[in-house]
Design a protein around this ligand. Sequence first.
Ligand SMILES: Cc1ncc(COP(=O)(O)O)c(C=O)c1O
Ligand SMILES: [Zn+2]
Length: 398
Amino acid sequence: MARIAYLECTKCGARISADQAQTVCPKDGGVLYVRYDLAALKRSFTAASLFGRTPTMWRYAEVLPEAEPVSLGEGFTPMLPSREFPNVYIKDEGLNPTGSFKARGMSAAVTMAKAYGLKKLAAPSAGNAGSALAAYAAAAGIEAHLFMPTDVPLANRVECESYGACVTLVDGLISDCARMLAERKEKEGWFDVSTLKEPFRAEGKKTMGYEVAEQLGWRMPQGIIYPTGGGVGLIGMWKAFDELEQLGWIGSERPQMVSVQAAGCAPIVKAWDEGKASSEFWPDAATLAAGLRVPKAYGDYLILDILKKSGGIALAVTDEEIMDALRHWGRVEGIFAAPEGAAALAAYRKLRAREFFGPDDTVVLFNTGSGLKYLDVIEKQKQPRPAPRQIGGIIGPY
Ligand SMILES: Cc1ncc(COP(=O)(O)O)c(C=O)c1O
Ligand SMILES: [Zn+2]
C-alpha cells in the first residue's frame, strides 16, 4: 500500500505490512498504528499546501492512506467559539454525514476495505458507528452487517436499515454484540471493523486533531474534553499531534486530554482514579448516552497512557448532568448536542469549578454527535411540567 510505511503494534512495536488487510497484532493483540515516512513528507508537505483544498478530512491526504476515498463530505466541521465561556470552543461533529464523528473513522476504514477488495464488513455498535458503517458501505457497494443493542436509539436502527445494512438487534450491551459478531464472522466471511480492531478508523478520527490545530492557527489548546467510549478519537488526536510535531507544524506542546464518561459506565475513570494502566470490565453499564456505554475499551491502555502523558484527567458525569448540559447548550449556544457531546460541557463545568481549567485557558469541547439522532431518548427524559394551578379563574403555571 503506497504511502503507508508499515503498521506498528502499540504493545510490542512489531512492524507489519499494510499490503493486506490487517486487524490487530498477531502476537499480542495490540492495536496497530499506521506509520508514514514523515521525515520524507516534511520536505514537501507544509501547512501552506492545505490552502484551497477540499473542506473535508481528506484535505490531509498525505497523512492518510493512498486510496480513492469513499467520501460523503466528512470532516472539517465548525469550531464554534462558545457564547457563554470566553476561550472555549465547541467542535461540532454533529454536522458530519450520518450526524456524528463516526463518519470520519468509517470513511477511512471503508476506503481501505474497498482498496483491499473486501466485500463484507461487520461491526458491533452502540448506534452511530453502525449508521456510519452502513452509509459508507452503501457508498462503496460493500455489505454491512451490524450488531446493535435492542435499545439502540431509534434513528440509528432506521438509518442503518435505510442504507440497506443487515441489522441484528442483541438483547444486551455492545460487548454482547461484539461476542456474537466474533462467533459468526469466520463462517460468514465478514471482515471485523470493530473499534481499534482494524487500523484505519483511528486514522480517520485523527483528522480531528489536525483540524483542531489548523482551526486554532496551528496553536495547541490548553485542554480537549472528549466523551470517551472506545476512545478512538482521543487516541487518534494524540497520534495526530505527534505527527504534526514530526512534520514541524507544531512544537512539543500538547493539550491536557480529558476523558469524560457517564457515571453509570466509567471504567476509564475508575482505572484512572486507581492509577492503573488498564481498565476492568464495568458490570451493569447503564447510561442514556448510548455511545458511552462501553464496559471495556479495547484500547484502554492507550487512553490511560495519553491522559497521563498529557497531564489530563478522567472524570464522570451523571445522566442528570448530561441532560441539563444538553438543554443548556441548546438554549445558550443554539447547538442541539448528542448526550455524549453534552457530557463534555458537564465535564467542563466541573473542571472549572475545581480550577483544573481557568477562564483564560483555551479549551475545546467535542460535541461528538447531533441531538437529532436521539429524539426518542431525549423525549423520554422530558421533565414533568408543573401541574397548572387555578387561582380565581386564571389558569397557569407561574
Ligand atoms: C455521539 C458519540 N459520542 C461519543 C462516542 C464514543 O466514541 P469513542 O468510542 O470514540 O470513544 C460515541 C460512540 O458510539 C458516539 O456515538
Ligand atoms: Zn504486538
